[in-house]
Design a protein around this ligand. Structure first.
Ligand code: MG
Ligand code: MG
Length: 240
């Protein structure tokens, strides 16, 4: 898990340097796949349920699961959420960042910053003895304090020899979820706030994958794979 997580985080750091105006999301995808393979990993997302890329590239109002394309060229003022997974020796890492392209509207920069903060608020609660809902509540509180919409259709998850495992790790609390699973040493989970500048409503594009905001406003994503230890937690995917 450490090796897979480390490579996943390092791939995102590498891709961040390539994010600039004029680059296509397909070029970022090819660079990520080459980097993962060169470093002894296998892209976790490639062919997952038929997904055609090694990373997800979601631009502006795209929340998650954007498909890399030669036709999508980044331009000044865009934001791009890149979700990446790498497998080593049968174990997965999963992490996402939203990067700024050139000069981005301050209101949108703030969304990106607060989404990252939401992760760290959740992380503080990811300790043995707490429940999943303690993480969810911390994220929800921080996002709502800024008046943002929290995506409800997609959630964080357990991770290990499968990319997505139980338990679900929602970014909101609900009666249905209750307190959720109790956290114990040895568990690994992906905590991943997906936060919208506008409403929480989403829709799926005709490609069957891309999840976008219904109101067309921007969305940000920040994720790391987190290991629950005896004393607290360890983030496995090089957060920055
Ligand atoms: Mg992910
Ligand atoms: Mg994930």
């Amino acid at each position: 898990m450490r090796a897979a997580g480390e490579l996943t985080g390092r791939t995102l750091n590498y891709i961040e340097k390539l994010v600039k105006s004029g680059v296509t999301t397909k070029q970022l995808d090819e660079a990520a796949e080459a980097f993962i393979r060169k470093n002894g990993g296998i892209p976790s997302f490639l062919n997952y349920d038929g997904f055609p890329g090694s990373i997800c590239t979601s631009v502006n109002s795209q929340i998650v699961h954007g498909i890399p394309s030669k036709k999508v060229k980044l331009k000044d003022g865009d934001i791009i959420s890149i979700d990446c997974g790498a497998m080593i020796d049968g174990y997965h890492g999963d992490a996402a960042r939203t990067f700024l392209v050139g000069e981005v509207d301050p209101e949108i920069q703030k969304l990106v910053e607060v989404t990252r903060e939401c992760f760290f608020k959740g992380l503080e609660m990811a300790v043995p003895g707490n429940h999943i809902s303690d993480i969810s509540r911390a994220i929800e509180k921080h996002a709502l304090a800024h008046g943002y919409g929290i995506v409800r259709e997609l959630v964080g998850h357990g991770i290990g020899s499968h990319l997505h495992e139980a338990p679900e790790v929602p970014n909101f609390t609900s009666v249905r979820m209750g307190r959720g699973a109790r956290l114990a040493p040895g568990m690994s989970i992906a905590i991943e706030p997906m936060i919208n500048l506008g409403s929480c409503e989403v829709r799926i594009l005709d490609d069957g994958w891309t999840c976008v905001t219904a109101d067309g406003k921007p969305s940000a994503h920040y994720e790391n794979t987190v290991f629950i230890t005896k004393d607290g937690n360890e983030v496995l995917t090089n957060p920055n």
